[in-house]
Design a binder for this molecule. Structure first.
Ligand code: TA6
Length: 280
């Protein structure tokens, strides 16, 4: 039996005034920000950080925090026509990364610690009713993030995880489908192997990806289990984009790989998307 605990804390890393919640399960811990319901830290053992947070991340002035596990909802990337009938200027990756979510449930037991955060939107650019989105974080000998919305509205979503690596050149993500949409060249591509390795700017959408993935590098051996998804996104901005993006340092691209569990089908139906992270 492990000791479990949940506590509030103000601040994480250099984001000293950020409202956060810390979960503990034995010697494992996780920290989630109420701003964006964004997981910022997962340490399966003390000092073994699996997530990456940008040294230039900020959360004031409506900024989305760069790093951890941002929640993209109700659209992924720029808002497509379904989500933006009046062609407004709408933010990339949706509307919930820069809102304060509410803690609505917490539980500590012998086998897990968990919290549920909720945000309610009174209206969306394409839907006038009120919609609730929940994120449940469960820490046990792995960490699960489950995002759900029971309203049958058009919605896309992604758990946009930034995993920390000591060396991007040694990262391998597998097994991935041979075929993927390459956002860098705006074309479908075929990879002869089922492994993604990062040697230049990478922004790939792999439709129909498996429920179980591995992410490996020098310091990182992870098993990811995903459900409710229809795609996995693999992103690294590489050097030029790292220099161009205000909240990344010039060499940040060497330090993380994004492996994202995504639902891109925008059909009007409920959402239940999850990513489980387990250190091997
Ligand atoms: O998931 C990959 C991606 O959509 C990229 O195209 C890239 O722009 C990235 O996310 C970061 O987006 P952000 O809005 O956080 O700057």
């Amino acid at each position: 039996m492990q000791q479990t605990a949940i506590s509030s804390q103000t601040g994480f890393a250099h984001l000293t005034d950020l409202p956060c919640i810390k979960l503990q399960y034995g010697t494992a811990s996780a920290v989630i920000s109420l701003y964006g319901a964004q997981l910022l830290s997962y340490q399966p053992a003390p000092g073994k950080e699996l997530l990456w947070l940008s040294p230039k991340a900020q959360w004031h002035n409506q900024a989305a925090i760069r790093g951890g596990v941002p929640v993209c909802w109700p659209w992924f990337g720029p808002a497509g026509a379904v989500f933006n009938p009046t062609q407004e200027a709408l933010p990339n990756h949706g509307l919930v990364r820069n809102r304060l979510w509410q803690l609505i449930q917490q539980h500590t037991g012998a086998t897990a610690a968990s919290v549920t955060l909720m945000t309610e939107l009174d209206k969306l650019p394409y839907y006038s009713g009120s919609v609730k989105l929940q994120l449940c974080l469960t820490l046990t000998d792995s960490l699960s993030i489950a995002l759900s919305c029971s309203s049958p509205i058009p919605q896309q979503a992604a758990l946009h995880s930034y995993f920390a690596t000591a060396d991007i050149a040694k990262v391998a993500v597998r097994p991935l489908p041979h075929s993927y949409y390459d956002k860098v060249s705006d074309s479908m591509q075929q990879n002869s192997s089922k492994v993604a390795q990062i040697t230049s700017e990478t922004d790939r959408i792999y439709p129909d990806s498996a429920a179980q993935l591995r992410v490996d590098s020098d310091n990182l051996q992870l098993a990811l289990t995903q459900s409710g998804h229809d795609a996995t996104v693999v992103w690294n901005p590489w050097q030029a984009k790292s220099e161009a993006i205000a909240d990344l340092a010039a060499d940040s691209y060497r330090q993380f790989i994004c492996v994202e569990t995504a639902r891109l089908d925008s059909a009007g139906k409920a959402l239940a998307l999850s990513q489980q992270i387990k250190a091997l």
